[in-house]
Design a protein around this ligand. Structure first.
Ligand SMILES: *Cc1c(COP(=O)(O)O)cnc(C)c1O
Length: 408
């Protein structure tokens, strides 16, 4: 039967890497004067901005809230259409539905499994006001091409880089960091424990645009303005109702409580300091898997858009495509066989347009994005996280190779 997930030998597909330094950083925050709205948040934001090269970084409680805030800041309206990749987690599309916009999908590129610029162009309609490309597994979509397409048609580009913290790509010989390049108006990151670095729950938005940054900061905390130079007044001139003082705050927009805590940001700063090592480890594991699986005719390793990106990518997932009929096992059977050997796997992602709520609400269904649907049928994500030792990676390699037809 399957090994228990709590067994010390069990290798999950993704896992946080927490050390004593992280624990000490959180303890210091707990002993400080600020559990929230304090200096750890602003320090985390400026360190993250420096890492990406972005002008602004705004920390929030999770990436789903971050995506919601981006659409609000961009003033996407009810009825507007927002196109994202079907090969993603629900949030990349749900955020459009939160505001009454219409989430829609264009198919993926068969090599990178990212939103395909050609499919995006073919799917374009006049009501598309935002595009949300997702950096699947940590590899960015073709951002220069997608941005050129969207901007020429007046749409905003929000990159969902929940998988890609610490990564980047090369364009015309120059390296750009995700979050700091000019082909996204806003970029969103997730710090959920399975992602490349963690704050428990948490998210970040980067942008180079002052106006968007100000709107996001306002909406992150109830739409409340505390800067007296920006006060609009309560609609009375003179008299006691018009008096302002140190207590005064004004609500200028319908905002939310999407704040992150200082406790989480203390962990975030400690994790951020280790991010270069995490991404390096992830690249090393990817290279080992790629090499070890290169001769298997029934398995395809993750493709890259361009070879020169390899040294800049931050892999969150290692997803292979397996021809299950050829190995004579269903995906469920293959997963169970790996699990018996203490190896956790996951299927990422069920195409979002096939989810019951999307089918019922928007009438989407099978055949809308055939490449994403075909990818889903073959996808299997193997263990990928910096705590995997060389022996662990070897164990995964042996177990996967033993799925070959004719093996016991
Ligand atoms: C994890 C994830 C999210 C949501 O992140 P949370 O921080 O859990 O809200 C959004 N988009 C993608 C692509 C993700 O993988």
């Amino acid at each position: 039967m399957s090994a228990p997930t709590s067994s010390p030998d069990f290798l999950p597909y993704g896992r946080q890497a927490i050390d004593e330094e992280d624990i000490a950083a959180v303890s210091r925050a707990l002993r400080s004067d600020f559990l929230t709205s304090g200096p750890e948040i602003t320090a985390f934001e400026s360190e993250f901005a420096a890492m990406t090269g972005a002008k602004h970084a705004i920390a929030v409680n999770n990436a789903t809230a971050a995506l919601h805030l981006c659409l609000l800041a961009a003033e996407i309206q009810p009825g507007d259409r927002v196109i994202t990749s079907p090969n993603t987690f629900l949030s990349s599309a749900n955020c459009a539905a939160f505001i009454g916009a219409v989430p829609d999908f264009a198919d993926i590129d068969p090599v990178t499994r990212n939103l395909d610029a050609g499919a995006l162009e073919a799917a374009w309609t006049d009501d598309v006001k935002a595009v949300i490309p997702v950096a699947y597994a940590g590899q960015p979509a073709d951002m220069p091409r997608i941005a050129a397409l969207a901007r020429a048609r007046g749409a905003v580009v929000i990159e969902d880089a929940s998988h890609a913290t610490g990564g980047g790509f090369v364009h015309e010989g120059k390296e750009w960091k995700t979050g700091g390049h000019p082909w996204a108006d806003m970029t969103v990151f997730s710090f959920h424990p399975v992602k490349t670095m963690t704050t428990g729950e948490g998210g970040m938005i980067t942008t180079g645009d002052d106006r968007l940054a100000a709107a996001i900061r306002l909406l992150r905390s109830h739409g409340v303005e505390r800067d007296a130079s920006l006060f609009q007044g309560l609609g009375v001139s003179g008299g006691p109702l018009a008096e302002t003082g140190p207590w005064t705050y004004e609500m200028h927009a319908l905002g939310y409580n999407y704040r992150i805590t200082d406790i989480q940001c203390a962990l975030g700063r400690s994790q951020l300091a280790k991010l270069p090592r995490f991404t390096e480890e992830r690249r090393r594991i990817t290279a080992r898997y790629n090499e070890a699986f290169s001769d298997l005719p029934w398995l395809a390793t993750p493709g890259v858009r361009q070879e020169e990106d390899r040294e800049h990518l931050s892999w969150h997932l290692y997803t292979v495509e397996i021809d299950f009929p050829v190995i004579g096992l269903s995906r469920t059977e293959a997963m169970a066989r790996l699990r018996e050997q203490g190896i956790g796997t996951q299927v990422l992602y069920i195409p979002v347009h096939l989810q019951p709520w999307y089918r019922q609400t928007y009438g989407y269904g099978p055949g809308k994005c055939p490449i994403a649907e075909a990818f889903y049928v073959r996808a299997l994500s193997l263990p990928m996280h910096p705590s995997l030792g060389d022996d662990d990676v070897s164990r995964v390699i042996t177990a996967v190779r033993n799925l070959s037809p004719g093996q016991p």
